[in-house]
Design a protein around this ligand. Structure first.
Ligand SMILES: *Cc1c(COP(=O)(O)O)cnc(C)c1O
Length: 382
């Protein structure tokens, strides 16, 4: 939670706003250094989770690279001081223009998601007189045990190439002169808190390595993607995910070849807990079965509850009265514009401040101008 001094600072800013605790971000990055980078692992931050410059600056200083899913994200990463060699570029629908941005910046890897994309990339790389390094994104058909909208590694999902397309891939590769297959890439979903799906993923990686080797392809790297989850229910008890256990799964289960690199693409687990959405109570309405606390932040600032039924803890910052039951709702004309239903919170009144926690990932980046609302601002701890 926040100390009295921080809450005083909150009172001096116009709500709603995102607040980022850069100290917590640094401590999180330190854990990644200790348990991941120290093993020689390469970690790319999934910039789509949060693209604010002060955050990228901390991540760059910690020695991580970036995982991009659009041309503008590549540009943002370069502007923030990352080099092309630190960038991976994924996405099922890269435009020619976006591919060109990747080529111009000589990125570490295009993570290719279809055979047609390989042909297009080969031809664009040829026109630029370049050889593009690529990883093939494989759909491992691993159940991530997370919300269906953020599951990506099943045959029914649109992502990656399924195993049945591999013979065709091996047949095509020799004729694609301007691409060099350097790795295989996976990403099975997001907000995965159980380690079993990652163990299953390692097994699939090992099988795939064998298959690629049988086809005379030696892989320079394995990219296992991201998806590690955070504790939305108890952000104060678990502000930093257990990276030790996470990296150990890969350390124990991946059968690596000599001098083979392992790459990760973590988003939520790096920035999720360092951000909160701070909002003010506008009105209290007594309902029939609950009371409504109408706050000045809505789905326009944080869409995750409306989009994925995500549960973000709401903490009251300026009241310690006895508890009452509330639905905490935003001002937007959508019933899904609700942050919490029937929660027990200290009695609220107009003007009280609340913090919607664990909102550092996929929060501000997904904010919108619906209802012509002002773009939400960011405040940093320093
Ligand atoms: C979104 C995404 C990630 C990051 O996912 P998190 O759940 O935030 O760790 C990694 N790789 C790819 C390809 C992605 O699309």
């Amino acid at each position: 939670m926040f100390d009295a001094e921080t809450i005083e600072i909150f009172k001096s800013h116009k709500t709603p706003f995102y607040y980022y605790d850069l100290g917590l971000l640094r401590r999180t990055l330190d854990e990644i250094k200790t348990h991941g980078l120290s093993k020689g692992y390469h970690v790319h931050f999934a910039i789509k989770a949060n693209f604010n410059l002060p955050i990228l600056e901390e991540i760059r200083k910690a020695g991580l690279g970036i995982d991009c899913v659009s041309g503008n994200e590549i540009k943002r990463a370069i502007e923030s001081g990352f080099t092309g060699k630190q960038l991976a570029f994924a996405g099922v629908g890269k435009t020619d223009e976006e591919i060109q941005i990747g080529l111009d910046n000589n990125i570490f890897s295009f993570n290719c998601e279809s055979l047609q994309e390989l042909e297009v990339l080969n031809s664009l790389a040829g026109k630029s007189d370049k050889t593009a390094n690529i990883s093939i994104r494989l759909n491992p058909n691993v159940e991530a045990k997370t919300h269906k909208y953020i599951t990506t590694g099943l045959n029914e999902n649109k992502f990656g190439i399924t195993a049945d397309k591999l013979p065709k891939l091996f047949e095509m590769l020799p004729s694609l002169e301007n691409i060099s297959l350097t790795g295989i890439h996976f990403h099975i979903g997001s907000q995965i808190t159980d380690l079993q799906p990652f163990k299953d993923l390692c097994d699939r990686v090992n099988e795939m390595q064998d298959l690629f080797e049988k086809n005379a392809i030696r892989l320079h790297h394995i990219n296992v993607g991201g998806g590690y989850g955070i504790d939305y229910e108890n952000p104060d008890d678990n502000p930093i995910p257990d990276f030790k256990s996470f990296f150990e799964v890969f350390d124990r289960n991946l059968e690596l070849r000599e001098s083979q690199q392992v790459h990760f693409e973590l988003g939520r687990s790096i920035v999720g807990q360092c951000g909160s959405l701070i909002s003010k109570v506008l009105f209290i309405k007594e309902g029939v079965t609950t009371n409504f606390a109408v706050i000045d932040a809505g789905m326009t600032e944080l869409i995750r509850p409306a989009l994925y039924q995500a549960n973000h803890r709401v903490d009251v910052l300026t009241s310690d009265k006895p508890h009452k039951t509330y639905d905490v709702v935003g001002p937007i004309c959508e019933t899904s514009d609700t942050f919490q239903k029937k929660v027990q919170l200290p009695e609220l009144q107009r003007g009280d401040l609340v913090a919607i926690r664990s909102a550092g990932a996929y929060g501000e980046v997904m904010s919108s101008g619906f209802n012509l609302r002002e773009r939400v601002k960011a405040v940093y701890s320093e």
